[in-house]
Design a protein around this ligand. Structure first.
Ligand code: SF4
Ligand code: SF4
Length: 435
């Protein structure tokens, strides 16, 4: 019988029947105009290095990283830079962005791509390539992979690269489709990332029910001679979260008596991007995105050029059945509201959706009935009701602020609150108060 590891407390099974169900991706139309933000990563914006009126080629460097947390930005289309704008992203950050009008010929699209053997490259050379091509963690906040690798440099003992194929949220369907369509690339990307980081083994963390996918990964990885293992994890959300995943992997380490040491977790989209950068010298110019929600006529998983407007993608999915009440990017649990359909797809946009119904995070506020639901689902063991009430009160202790700082915004409390109280936002605001 399969051994399934799961985090010890809280969480929930999250289902949504409005996610796309296609098992193959659809290639989105190339946009006539694309908007390329200089911030598609967690740190400061990249410096634009091209000006209005200049011609750019597909994959050309157009923004140079500005230090730790920042990453290079590339043109996803060939064309002319027609505008330089300030752009407010859905996470609230104001961003420089370049608007490129499609013109000229493609360097990569439709051409047989030249492959570059990487076995002879040193760890240093691989890292330089990852930095040069702006590879960031595409499933998270957009942390540059090179920064994550640098952080591991002082680590003593074993490092394990963890391939996060954990689909605890149905809105991760695009990652799942990518795993099947680009399996060999994900595995080779993992082997490359392991070499660059000094990781001595690769652990495939797969959701319960996805063991067949895990076995195919193991079979594919055999040719590289790197020690590999599969760990089956539970389906409770937020199992994929870094903290919860680490908890189960430590449990696995203890029970199986296998040393896993420091963990270096990366998702399949990032690993495919690592592969593209090192094997094809190709930056991130497109990504897999799930488009759905009850307001969308034809939900689907699409391969979309970075910089494509979200409105254009909805139109390609047949548009809306009726006027949506909520449009957001990410998952409904943690997503950020989209206020402008001209907002572009970035390196970290894994899904966006439009719903006919209002949802808990924006529903009208009712009184807390002290039911305790929020406490029972919090994987961190916080009391969201209490923290919410503290945030609304005059008396805020430093202890409450630091407790609020432990919240990782998974949204379990929001979804399960019968009074539709926006708990996680309130708790995150509390965490920002001065201690
Ligand atoms: S789930 Fe909502 S109503 Fe119930 S205790 Fe928590 S905040 Fe109050
Ligand atoms: S959003 Fe924060 S408080 Fe709410 S369940 Fe998740 S970790 Fe707990």
């Amino acid at each position: 019988m399969t051994k399934v590891y799961s985090f010890p407390r809280g969480g929930m099974i999250y289902e949504d029947n409005t996610v796309p169900v296609n098992s193959e991706s659809v290639v989105a139309f190339l946009p006539a105009l694309c908007i390329i933000p200089m911030v598609q990563h967690c740190g400061n914006g990249a410096y634009p290095i091209v000006s209005v009126g200049e011609t750019v080629t597909e994959g050309m460097l157009i923004g140079r990283n500005s230090g730790t947390g920042s990453a290079n930005v590339h043109a996803s289309l060939p064309g002319k830079v027609v505008r330089s704008v300030k752009w407010r992203m859905s996470d609230g950050r104001i961003n420089d962005a370049l608007v490129i009008r499609l013109e000229g010929s493609f360097e990569k699209l439709g051409r047989r791509e030249e492959m570059f053997p990487w076995n002879g490259l040193s760890e240093y050379e691989i890292r330089r390539i990852l930095s040069q091509y702006g590879i960031v963690e595409m499933e998270g906040s957009g942390r540059p992979v090179i920064d994550m690798i640098h952080e591991l440099q002082d680590t003593k003992g074993t490092v394990s690269l963890v391939v996060r194929c954990v689909f605890d949220d149905p809105w991760l369907i695009a990652d799942r489709v990518l795993c099947y369509e680009r399996m060999a690339h994900v595995v080779e990307g993992a082997v490359i990332a392991a070499k660059a980081s000094g990781a001595k083994q690769i652990l495939f963390a797969v959701s319960h029910g996805e063991e067949a996918l895990g076995s195919r990964f193991l079979a594919e990885a055999e040719q590289y001679g790197v020690p590999v293992n599969m760990i089956v994890v539970g389906n409770k959300y937020p199992q994929r979260n870094r903290r919860e995943l680490e908890l189960v992997l430590r449990d696995y380490e203890k029970k199986e008596n296998i040393e896993i040491g420091t963990l270096f977790p990366l998702g399949p989209a990032t690993l495919a991007a690592v592969f593209d950068a090192v094997k094809y010298k190709k930056p991130i110019i497109e990504r897999y995105v799930a488009v759905g929600g009850s307001a969308v006529k034809h939900p689907q998983v699409m391969r979309v050029r970075i910089g494509t407007r979200i409105g254009a993608i909805f139109a390609e999915c047949g548009g809306f059945i009726d006027e949506p009440k909520r449009i957001a990017a990410g998952s409904p649990l943690m997503g950020s509201e989209v206020v402008d359909l001209d907002e572009p797809v970035t390196k970290t946009t894994y899904a966006f959706f439009a719903f006919l119904e209002k949802q808990s995070r924006i529903s009208s506020l009712r009184n807390c009935i002290s039911c305790g639901e929020c406490r029972s689902v919090c994987p961190v063991g916080l009391d969201p009701e209490e923290l919410y009430k503290i945030n609304r009160s005059e008396k805020i202790s430093s202890e409450a602020v630091s407790r609020a700082g432990e919240c990782h915004g998974c949204g379990c409390c929001d979804v399960n609150c019968p009074s539709s109280i926006p708990l996680s936002i309130s708790i995150q605001n509390l965490a920002l108060r001065k201690k």
